[in-house]
Design a protein around this ligand. Structure first.
Ligand code: ATP
Length: 211
């Protein structure tokens, strides 16, 4: 098995993408895949795929391609797919509610275990099978949870981040427009949907893709 610390970050970021596609192939009963097929599906050029896969010790054979089962086994180990990561969701508004209804476990082993909100009318509800607790119970309830999804208003994002970190959270998926500050050792991924959409429109206008 390859040493995970030697995989470049750019390669590591593409792992979930590869994993999802290969998992679907596996479910369809396919045992091998060509780099061209993979490239078309995940929109990564085949030279990059070959380089990425060489880090996993997976060398495609000409005319055969890659062994789906071998790759899946590697990805499962590397992405800790054998172990479920428990996630808490903070802020059960429109976006938060959508996430609670979304079945994350379909493609990977993350699970929203609990949700929190400050609105008393939401506390005690069960949405998508997940119970909503009051935000003041955060430190008491957050046991065996490693990551959090932040879908609160930007104005309270930092304060809630601090509380999450005090409770031992090591990763935050931040959907608020606020740029949050965290101590070393805590990872934040920031997804601002409004900015992403604006950026898409900008690129469509200024960098049209060839037909
Ligand atoms: P969204 O931005 O998800 O579409 P929304 O427009 O429905 O949500 P927001 O005002 O953005 O509502 O708030 C998102 C959720 O965060 C709401 O359910 C709100 O009750 C909750 N919230 C607000 N302040 C806090 C807080 N301090 N702690 C926990 N939850 C909070």
């Amino acid at each position: 098995m390859a040493d995970q610390s030697k995989i470049p970050q750019a390669t590591a970021k593409r792992l979930p993408l590869y994993y999802r596609f290969l998992n679907n192939l596996h479910l369809q009963g396919k045992s091998r895949v060509s780099s061209k097929e993979l490239s078309d599906a995940v929109k990564v050029d085949s030279a990059t795929i070959r380089r990425d896969f060489s880090y996993f010790g997976a060398l495609g054979k000409k005319g055969y391609g890659y062994n789906v089962e071998y790759l899946l086994g590697f990805f499962r180990k590397t992405l800790d797919q054998d172990e479920t990561t428990n996630v808490a969701l903070i802020g059960v508004g429109n976006l938060g509610t959508a996430f609670l209804h979304y079945n994350f476990t379909k493609n990977n082993n993350t699970k929203i275990e609990m949700a929190f909100d400050a609105d008393k009318s939401k506390v005690g509800q069960e949405i998508g099978g997940v119970t909503v607790y009051h935000i003041s119970d955060l430190s008491e309830r957050l046991k065996n949870v490693q990551a959090a999804i932040l879908t609160v208003p930007g104005a309270v994002a930092q304060q809630i981040t601090d509380e999450l970190i005090d409770s031992g959270i090591k990763g935050i998926l931040n959907f608020t427009p606020a740029r949050i500050t965290v101590p070393e050792g805590v990872r934040v991924h920031h997804i601002d949907l409004a900015v992403e959409l604006q950026s898409l429109v900008y690129f469509m206008k200024h960098y049209p893709v060839d037909e």
